[in-house]
Design a binder for this molecule. Structure first.
Ligand SMILES: Nc1ncnc2c1ncn2[C@@H]1O[C@H](COP(=O)(O)OP(=O)(O)OP(=O)(O)O)[C@@H](O)[C@H]1O
Ligand SMILES: [Mg+2]
Length: 460
């Protein structure tokens, strides 16, 4: 580039620009440079760069050397010496536009910027950077807040989901309990109804039996007196005496009355058991004799324990310990007993039907005191036993291995709820497949008893 071309090119540019060679010779300078120095453009021609700066020739040469040997812009500081004697510190950017050659030295373009402008630009830049940094910080904070809100939202959603799951579980539990309670309450109501209906006439018979016996005995005495004192009996009466065999009748009548008494006494006992079993009037906690509950339940199940067609009799062995009265919900404890006993009977019947009975079918019921706070009822059968897979689901709601319509799979689930949740007790099953099953119920004698050592609910 020639100085003329440079001047032509830079004529309209507002920033101060200089064209120098690597020796420091000023080849051209545009109007803004002249204006800064307070000189006319022509006055600048033929000057050396060193003439218009305060820096030493050596420093300037080094700078120009650096500019001519670098491909990038080289920054420097130049202090211009103005025509009026004042100085102006400028920032310079030097770039080689024509490298050195053997024919000519390197041409360097210097772009000057007064330090005040540069520093005000710098301040502006810093301000901008500050603003940007603040903006970035704001955005970061907003992003963090968003993350936090999102996290909180997720936690809240999870909490809600858990709460809904919990409610659903509770609802399902209540539903299953309601089904079973409804089933048991209708059984209980029916039993209580039948017991009530039988109770009155039986008491009526039982109450009058004594008088009837007395009256008959009186009448018989009268007949005997007639026989003794009226010797001239007409043939018709004599014939009747022989026909009815009065002597045998007198003897047998006493026996008949005796057996009628035993019979009605038995019916009264059955009615008592039925009422005891249903215990509809006892929704409250009550101190009861557990053995009475077991006996009443066995009475209710008597028909299923007796031999019938292909089913042999199921023998029940009782081994009652000396138990204190237990504070409990009696009808619910009876529900548990019937659920466990029915399961044993079902299992034993199944064995009988399949011809797999190895021994007489038996149910063993044992009661004992664990300590002064706890009692234990054990119901064991010599049925088929329970395999491990069934054992692990035994207390699950709706789990059954029985045919559709035969089992709803609620018996043990509800029993577990009654013993564990309602009475603070324990219900466990011990079984080895092929060797019968044993259910152990542990209940506190009174509410608020110290919990006994927990054991696994299901064990093989
Ligand atoms: N003594 C037992 N011997 C063998 N299997 C048993 C015994 N007791 C319970 N089971 C098994 O446990 C399952 C669940 O018993 P559960 O009493 O809960 O329900 P279910 O008897 O099938 O139906 P539900 O009692 O509602 O009429 C039974 O289906 C049966 O497979
Ligand atoms: Mg059952």
């Amino acid at each position: 580039m020639t100085p003329e071309q440079f001047l032509e090119l830079t004529r309209v540019l507002p920033e101060p620009l200089l064209l120098v060679n690597s020796e420091g010779q000023l080849l051209a300078a545009n109007q803004p440079v002249a204006a800064i120095l307070g000189l006319r453009s022509q006055e600048l021609q033929e000057k050396m760069l060193f003439d218009i700066v305060t820096e030493s020739t050596n420093d300037m040469r080094n700078y120009l050397q650096a500019c001519s040997s670098s491909r990038a812009m080289v920054l420097g500081i130049i202090t211009l010496r103005k025509n009026d004697g004042q100085t102006l510190i400028c920032r310079s950017q030097g770039a080689v536009i024509q490298p050195w050659s053997p024919e000519s030295s390197a041409l360097i373009l210097l772009r000057l910027e007064s330090r005040t402008t540069a520093s005000s630009n710098f301040v502006l830049l810093n301000k901008k950077i500050d603003e940007l940094a603040k903006e970035v910080q704001k955005r970061q904070q907003a992003e963090e807040a968003l993350w936090k809100a999102n996290e909180e939202l997720e936690i809240r959603v999870e909490e809600r989901t858990n709460a809904v799951k919990e409610t659903l579980k509770e609802l399902q539990l209540t539903q299953t309990q309601l089904i079973q309670a409804e089933k048991m309450s209708s059984v209980g109501q029916m039993v209580a109804g039948v017991a009530h209906e039988i109770n009155n006439p039986v008491n009526f018979i039982y109450g009058n039996l004594h008088y009837a016996q007395e009256y008959i005995e009186d009448l018989l005495k009268l007949v005997q007196l007639y026989q003794q004192h009226c010797l001239n009996i007409c043939p018709e009466i004599q014939e009747q005496i022989e026909l009815i065999d009065v002597d045998f009748l007198i003897q047998d009548l006493t026996k008949i009355f005796q057996s009628m008494k035993v019979g009605t006494e038995r019916i009264r006992q059955i009615v008592k058991s039925l009422r005891n079993f249903s215990r509809l009037d006892e929704a409250e906690l009550k101190k009861v004799n557990i053995h009475e509950g077991i006996d009443s339940t066995l009475m209710i199940l008597k028909h299923r324990l007796e031999a019938l067609h292909e089913y042999p009799e199921i023998k029940v062995n009782k081994e009652y310990g000396k138990l204190p009265d237990v504070t409990c919900y009696p009808s619910q404890i009876n529900q548990v007993l019937i659920n466990i006993l029915v399961n044993s009977i079902d299992a034993l019947e199944e064995l009988a039907i399949n011809g797999q009975l190895k021994d007489y079918p038996q149910i063993h019921i044992q009661t004992e005191v664990i300590d002064e706070n706890w009692v234990c009822i054990t119901i064991a059968d010599n049925g088929p036993g329970i395999n491990e897979e069934v054992l692990s689901k035994l207390f699950d709601p709706f789990f059954t291995t029985k045919a559709v319509g035969k089992g709803s799979g609620l018996g043990l689930f509800v029993s577990y709820q009654i013993i564990v949740e309602k009475h603070g007790g324990q219900l466990s099953c011990f079984s080895t497949f092929g060797q019968g099953a044993k259910f152990v119920i542990k209940i506190p004698v009174s509410r608020g008893a110290i919990p006994c050592t927990p054991i696994a609910s299901v064990m093989s």
